[in-house]
Design a binder for this molecule. Structure first.
Ligand code: CA
Length: 378
């Protein structure tokens, strides 16, 4: 008897923050998540997560995608993914709602694993590693501090994270607070001083710059032993990525805002040294796997972008287990009550900075539904 999908539900979660924090594009006032729960006729449940605001994506999942899923066998996940993308492209005039498709695709892969009693990494062809080293994302801008106090607070956080994990990612783009690119470079210089010469340091501009400014900032970063320069220019400026990669003696990273087609163009044009698909945004595990294969054929390592709850972390860990290059786990250390509330597993890095990759069926999580109820907004 085939196992058929019986229901597709969403859960919208929000947790207010005591203090907002900022990056180049915006202030973060609260942490939110949109989860997808798919249940089959035999009672098996698969979980997924969608990147970004619930508004729009929630309705796309429940009103547009769900009717195309009910009655299907989740083990046809790749067939279903292609059909959903095809239908969405026709319906939404080429603007495919990839965050919605991502949450569905992840839940289907979770179901496939549970129905076949195998982890997602096994289903994708096997595990290349049992653990991965985490690096710390954080070091956001503080509200209401002057520049010197910003520097003081951010460098103190970076020093603490470097002591814990040995690898940190700095945020630049202080234009949010009215400062300029030279102030960004000074922030990175102070972080390098605070963490010492041995810690790994990445820099993320969240596309704060035009190409000319990014080139100037990148040249200054070349002497600060920066492992990669992430999202220097807007995701739409694919030519800018290529020009920066040619001009700078620095690895150019990006991808969290790109679609599968955007990755294909960027990789083909030679615009990336490191590809950073976010599985909750780019189209789930199916899209992530295809991007990973394209990246591998062009010699570009993949280090996925990760932002969200334990579901996003667990999904990324299964993907990381399969990558042929040497990946890192992006581990967000900024305030987020949802990061540990949704799953019983915390995926917190061990003392040496390693995170063990689960080998339980599906994405390897146990969702804490009673705790989730406290954060529901729908
Ligand atoms: Ca980023």
């Amino acid at each position: 008897m085939p196992t058929a999908i019986e229901s597709v539900e969403t859960m919208s979660l929000a947790a207010p923050l005591d203090e907002p924090f900022g990056y180049a594009q915006a202030w973060v006032e609260d942490r939110t998540a949109l989860l997808v729960r798919i249940t089959t006729s035999d009672g098996t449940v698969g979980w997924g997560e969608c990147w970004g605001p619930a508004a729009g994506t929630r309705e796309t999942v429940t009103d547009f995608l769900a009717p195309r899923l009910v009655g299907r066998d989740p083990r046809d996940v790749t067939v279903i993914y292609d059909e959903l993308v095809h239908h969405a492209r026709a319906a939404y005039q080429s603007v495919v709602p990839y965050p919605a498709i991502s949450g569905v695709d992840i839940a289907l892969w979770d179901l496939c694993g549970k129905l076949r009693d195998a982890s997602v990494a096994e289903l994708l062809g096997g595990r290349r590693r049992e653990e991965v080293h985490a690096y710390a994302t954080g070091h956001y801008f503080r509200h209401g501090l002057d520049l010197e106090d910003q520097y003081g607070a951010i460098t103190a956080e970076a020093a603490e994270n470097a002591a814990a994990l040995g690898a940190v990612k700095a945020k630049i783009g202080l234009s949010l607070l009215g400062y300029g690119p030279d102030d960004d470079v000074e922030l990175v210089r102070r972080i390098r001083d605070a963490i010492g010469p041995d810690a790994m340091l990445m820099v993320d501009a969240n596309y704060a710059y035009d190409t000319g400014t990014a080139r100037r900032v990148g040249r200054a970063l070349e002497s600060l032993d920066v492992t990669w320069f992430e999202e220097p220019v807007p995701p739409t400026d694919e030519a800018g990525y290529v020009r920066l990669r040619d001009a700078l003696d620095l690895r150019i990273a990006g991808g969290e805002c790109h679609t599968p087609a955007g990755f294909d163009r960027l990789l083909a044009a030679g615009g990336l040294d490191i590809a950073q698909p976010d599985l909750c945004n780019v189209g789930g595990i199916t899209a992530g796997t295809r991007i990973g294969q394209h990246a591998a054929t062009t010699g570009v390592p993949v280090v996925p972008h990760v932002w969200g709850t334990g579901i996003a972390l667990a999904t990324s860990l299964q993907y990381i287990a399969t990558l042929p290059s040497e990946p890192w786990l992006e581990f967000d250390r900024s305030p987020n009550p949802l990061r540990t509330a949704v799953t019983q597993e915390s995926f917190a890095p061990a003392a040496a900075g390693q995170v063990t990759i689960p080998d339980r069926p599906g994405i390897g999580i146990t969702v804490d539904e009673p705790t989730i109820e406290q954060f529901r907004t729908d």
